[in-house]
Design a protein around this ligand. Structure first.
Ligand code: HEM
Length: 474
């Protein structure tokens, strides 16, 4: 398959295009009669290979809350690179159609058109609320949209979309939100750089968490570390979703405290947006917001990784600093290049590597049938790091995200009807944080993986090991 004319598509304002491509794939399916037999299936040995080399490292790193030691191990052993090669080999052997994993009731998606079909035909017949997700999220947010199937999904999804203004590249509260971001990144500088210290993961993450509480719930919540701690304890149980019992008492306490913050509906925060757009109890606002607080964690990891890129890629850093230097653009959230750099960090190291769907009916494909109740696996790194298709697979190539005509699926925020409703909001906040960090200083990576324009980028980047010195500009 030629790479030169392949275009790339993904999160970042491309919903319309995803829709257009869906029509194309529907036409394709109508033209190609369904195959009478079952889809091709792996051998049991190959299934074991996928379980060991693809699923296990993803689970071991921690799906709902990361295990830092496993992330370090994944970087050292390049486990994510190995996972991509495992899936590439299966595509080489079986071709591009969906592939059933014998003995597991699971299927791997291997072709861009099939990926689009699955994401666009969510929630029927490809339910987003797979058994795994429902079991995991029940520990702390059982009524979140992501774990809801059936008639209640729609009001919950709509609340998310309206409060986060999903389709707008820049949220209407951009000004007060950027003020919060700049204030917290300034405090990070005061606590570290101004005292001659470096910025490491712990100091960054503390500031990031304060910022997240400020953005979501308002400045009165910025110091409420107990709220974040409770959520982390609940999330910690989820890494063993099917085995650990639920801590219902803690869950209740957490939602009570969260609801108190939401009830303030502090002006300039997302809580105020919820108060404005919420229409019914079915929406379960505190369950949606628990997801927001939780999902800002990976956004912090990707922001920190982006800083590592910029510190080690002088050309891109110069461009980013030029953009960050314009105060008016910063206040308006108009930082396209920094957004692209952040999205690129998510392409290279997707924080949701496995997008899951579960079939609610038997589905027909060109090469055969997929049974009902099959877990459909979209392994994002396979699409993002496929050097057999993408010439820039292992390079830092933010310009890919500035190309409006991209068609190759890059899906850090998923896509189609269940696309992350914060797929514009998150890059807006992350780019504002990066601009604040870069203002007047040059980041130097003093600890962590060796990165640079010459060498291919590693399959995993351990964010916990990164440490920066912020130097005065000459
Ligand atoms: C780097 C940061 C983030 C990434 C990479 C990310 C990615 C994703 C992905 C891949 C999904 C799954 C969609 C699917 O199953 O197809 C998702 C769902 C979701 N995300 Fe995000 N997300 C991020 C941050 C956030 C933040 C900060 C918020 C809220 C402020 C948020 C809100 C949600 C919600 C509510 C859902 C469920 C949507 C539904 O089921 O309809 N995400 N996200």
């Amino acid at each position: 398959m030629p790479t030169a004319h392949r275009k790339v598509i993904g999160a970042g304002g491309n919903l319309a295009k995803i829709g257009r491509l869906a029509t194309d794939t529907e036409e394709l399916r109508v033209r190609s009669p369904a195959h009478a037999g079952k889809l091709p299936e792996t051998t049991l040995l190959e299934t074991a290979g996928v379980a060991l080399k693809v699923a296990l490292p993803t689970i071991a790193k921690g799906v709902i809350i990361r295990r830092p030691r496993m992330v370090a191990l994944a970087e050292a052993l390049n486990l994510d690179g190995l996972a991509v090669r495992t899936v590439q080999r299966l595509r080489g052997r079986y071709g591009e159609g969906p592939l059933l994993l014998r003995g597991l009731r699971r299927a791997l998606v291997l072709a861009p058109d099939d990926l689009r079909r699955v994401l666009n035909e969510t929630p029927e017949p490809f339910a987003a609320a797979s058994d795994e997700k429902v079991a995991a999220l029940a520990h702390f947010e059982p009524r979140v949209a992501l774990a809801t199937h059936g008639p209640k999904r729609e009001p919950r999804r709509t609340l998310n979309e309206r409060a986060l203004e999903t389709d707008r590249p820049t949220h209407s509260l951009v000004e007060p939100l950027v003020t919060v971001v700049e204030y917290e990144m300034g405090t990070l500088f005061d606590d570290t750089v101004e005292r001659g210290a470096t910025i490491d993961w712990d100091s960054f993450n503390r500031a990031w968490s304060r910022m997240v509480r400020g953005v979501v719930l308002g400045s009165d919540a910025r110091n409420d570390e107990a709220l974040t701690d409770m959520l982390e304890r609940l999330r910690g149980r989820v890494n063993w979703a099917f085995f650990a019992s639920k801590d219902k008492k803690l869950r209740l306490q957490f939602h009570k405290l969260l609801n108190e913050h939401l009830a303030r509906a502090e002006a300039g925060s997302l809580a105020a947006c919820i108060a404005k757009v919420s229409t019914s109890r079915d929406e379960a606002p505190s369950h949606q917001v628990a997801q927001w607080l939780f999902a800002f964690d990976p956004a912090g990891m990707a922001t920190f990784r982006t800083l590592a890129f910029l510190a080690t890629h002088p050309e891109q850093l110069a461009r980013a600093k030029r953009e960050a230097g314009d105060r008016a653009l910063r206040r308006e959230g108009q930082l396209p290049y920094l957004r692209a750099c952040f999205l690129e960090a998510l392409r290279l190291w997707p924080t949701t590597p496995m997008i899951l769907r579960q079939t609610t009916a038997e589905t027909n494909w060109e090469r055969g049938r997929m049974p009902k109740d099959t877990s459909v696996l979209i392994f994002a790194p396979f699409f993002h790091r496929d050097e057999e298709r993408l010439p820039f697979a292992h390079r830092f190539a933010p310009d890919v995200w500035l190309d409006d005509n991209r068609e190759w699926p890059l899906v850090p925020f998923s896509g189609g009807t269940a696309i992350c409703p914060a797929h514009n909001f998150v890059p807006m906040i992350a780019s504002a944080a990066l601009a604040a960090l870069l203002g007047g200083r040059r980041p130097v990576l003093v600890k962590g993986a060796k990165l640079g324009p010459e060498a291919p980028l590693p399959g995993t980047l351990d964010n916990y090991a990164l440490r920066f010195r912020m130097e005065h500009e000459d």
